[in-house]
Design a protein around this ligand. Structure first.
Ligand SMILES: NC(=O)C1=CN([C@@H]2O[C@H](COP(=O)(O)OP(=O)(O)OC[C@H]3O[C@@H](n4cnc5c(N)ncnc54)[C@H](O)[C@@H]3O)[C@@H](O)[C@H]2O)C=CC1
Ligand SMILES: O=C(O)C(=O)COP(=O)(O)O
Length: 588
């Protein structure tokens, strides 16, 4: 596991009751603030200090709140439903949203069954009546569930668990779910119906188990209730907005629906005089205050599940249940990690080197070719994100973008950057490493956006090159050896160097005295050379470009590791017929 290299501990905010079982996993490495009862405004005022937020269903994680969450890396939902989180906004900000997709399924399913039985046998009403000193045996006669039809909307994790338990109660099971797996349905003795209308007319008990999304919002309204049997009873342990609460109260009053067991409401807690309050107060309704997931066991499960993921994310690893990031197997992620670093450095080298040597404005169409074992991986998403990060970070203010696997595609699109990912199994045998990456920028006309987006990209580049702009592909190649990234080709030059620290890259005629000339100029300005590597022209490339026999122009790249920044003045002084043709300084 990675070790955190930070002096002050990252802060995690928990504004709701989350089981301590998971929180103990956080407390050693992070500062955990449990602050309940914050207003939306109070939350917004403090959110900027935190790198992680852990919530249940009560906290509204809005776009407005996220815009103030400048350090935020992860919003964790200790449960299933993420309808209280504006996931799109989190994605744009590069914030990973995780949840616990299965920690409370059993609790929600058992609570549904509890409401089913309570509604069937008038348990709520009977409990109140007897506490009030009454003995109303004849008024409180119920119905049995055995042999009755349970109609399930949404045959996912909770829906299927409810089906399995209800099967044991001897119920007949039907379901409507356009995306259900028919084999799983059949294995749970559930017969699928092709439409909601087909389902509703057969239901003795109707139970809802879908997420609250556009297609499910208000799905049970007046018209739907009118098609149901007057003896039907309705259960909702999913989300409030799926049933029109006013229409249900009306149907219960009119006797066209017999009863309801409701755990979730359009507003929680319900406002006085709201439709939710009227539903709760109705004598034919058994209501609970969103208790579906409220068991000791479920709360332990979801707490541990999301806290483990928060730890992973804050330590720079990937979570297992990200709602807005691609799923990557841990083994694949381990394989990719050194290449993530390589690709980010290739992107950064591209932007810094080419923009400062005045070859071109920032190009926007890139091919990235993965060779060798990388070509057979299921996903290259982290590499794509690393490339976008490498390309854009040098031209973005440091407090600007948090570019990661979550938002890389959106950000690239916003900036008009097109990246074609290609895989190739060719030509790896003759290379001394098993995976190899090529980044190629194709000549495109720079847009006004690209021209104005940079700081370093706008440096006085023309003065640092003696060569006019080229209209050919700009190429960087690299590989990983012993977990260390190496650049093996830059432009037309082939030679290995490690992209780290500050590098001065000089293009010069490959003739005597150049190293001494550069060394003495740097020495005069008190800059030490820490290592040096020479990359000669790649003969194959030259032959292809100039025609066989014509030979190259005897140029080479000199790559110097330096211990201090090299000033613009020194860079300019390096250029000249006696010195180098072109110089760039890049920082990693
Ligand atoms: N009351 C509580 O405390 C709890 C409530 N829940 C809620 O239960 C609901 C279900 O959770 P899971 O089973 O884990 O979700 P899931 O994602 O496993 O299942 C949802 C199912 O709904 C289906 N579906 C989607 N749109 C549909 C539509 N228009 N019509 C019919 N079916 C549709 C999907 O195909 C999927 O099979 C969620 O809303 C969740 O938030 C979950 C846990 C506790
Ligand atoms: O997991 C869910 O979807 C739930 O509705 C549970 O909500 P809660 O964590 O109990 O506020």
């Amino acid at each position: 596991m990675a070790i955190l290299m930070q002096t002050s501990k990252p802060k995690i905010l928990i504004p709701e009751k989350v089981s301590p079982d998971g929180l103990t996993l956080l407390k050693d490495q992070f500062e955990v603030d449990e602050k309940k009862g914050l207003s939306a405004e109070e939350l917004k005022n403090i959110i900027g200090d935190y790198e992680a937020l852990i919530v249940r269903s009560e906290t509204q994680v809005t776009a407005d709140l996220l815009s103030a969450a400048k350090k935020m890396k992860v919003v964790a939902r200790a449960g299933v439903g993420i309808d209280n989180i504006e996931v799109g906004s989190a994605t744009t900000h590069g914030i990973i949203v995780v949840n616990s997709p299965s920690g409370n399924i059993n609790a929600a399913a058992e609570h549904t069954i509890a409401l089913l039985m309570a509604v069937a046998r008038n348990v709520g009403d009977a409990a109140q009546s007897i506490k009030a000193g009454k003995w109303e045996r004849s008024r409180l006669v119920g119905v049995e569930v055995k042999g009755k039809t349970l109609a399930i909307v949404g045959l996912g994790k909770v829906g299927l668990t409810v089906a399995r338990i209800a099967n044991g109660l001897g119920m007949r099971l039907i379901a409507y779910d356009p995306y259900a797996n028919p084999n799983l349905a059949a294995a749970a003795s559930v017969t699928l119906r092709p439409s909601l209308a087909e389902l509703l007319k057969e239901a003795d008990f109707l139970t809802l188990h879908t997420p609250l999304i556009a297609s499910t919002k208000g799905m049970i309204g007046k018209a739907e209730l009118n098609t149901m049997k007057p003896t039907a009873r309705i259960l909702n342990v999913a989300r409030g907005g799926m049933i029109d609460e006013d229409a249900l109260v009306e149907a219960l009053d009119a006797g066209t629906i017999a009863g309801a067991g409701i755990d979730v409401f359009t507003s929680e807690p319900p406002q006085p005089d709201s439709s939710a309050s009227r539903l709760i107060a109705h004598p034919k309704v058994v209501a609970t205050p969103h208790l579906g997931a409220s068991t000791t066991e479920a709360q332990e499960n979801v707490s541990i599940d999301v806290c483990e993921q928060v730890v992973s994310i804050l330590l720079g690893e990937l979570p297992r249940s990200a709602v807005n990031a691609p799923i990557i197997l841990p083994e694949e992620y381990r394989t990719l990690q050194p290449f993530v670093s390589l690709v980010e450095k290739m992107g950064s080298l591209y932007t810094q080197h080419y923009s400062s040597t005045g070859h071109d404005s920032f190009r926007q169409t890139f091919d990235i070719v993965y060779e060798g074992k990388l070509a057979s991986l299921n996903t290259t998403k982290p590499l794509f994100a690393a490339l976008v990060k490498g390309l854009l970070t040098p031209i973005t203010s440091s407090d600007g973008l948090n570019i990661n696997i979550v938002n890389a595609e959106i950000l690239a699109k916003e900036r008009g950057i097109l990246i074609n990912e290609q895989r190739s199994r060719e030509n790896v045998e003759d290379k001394p490493y098993s995976s190899f990456i090529t980044l190629r920028a194709r000549p495109t006309r720079a847009t006004s956006h690209a021209r104005t987006s940079g700081s370093r990209a706008n440096s006085p580049s023309a003065t640092r090159s003696l060569k006019p702009q080229q209209n050919e592909d700009q190429i960087i190649q690299g590989f990983v050896s012993g977990n260390k990234p190496f650049i093996s080709r830059l432009d037309r030059f082939k030679g290995e160097f490690v992209p780290r620290g500050t590098l001065l890259i000089c293009r010069n005629f490959d003739s005597v005295g150049k190293i001494g000339f550069v060394g003495s100029l740097l020495g005069k300005s008190n800059v030490n050379i820490t290592f040096m590597s020479v990359a000669p022209l790649d003969e194959e490339i030259e032959e292809r470009q100039n025609g066989e026999g014509k030979g190259g122009n005897n140029e080479a790249l000199m790559i110097l590791g330096v211990d201090k920044p090299v000033s613009e003045d020194v860079q300019r002084a390096l250029i000249g017929p006696e010195g180098v043709l072109e110089a760039s300084v890049v920082n990693f």
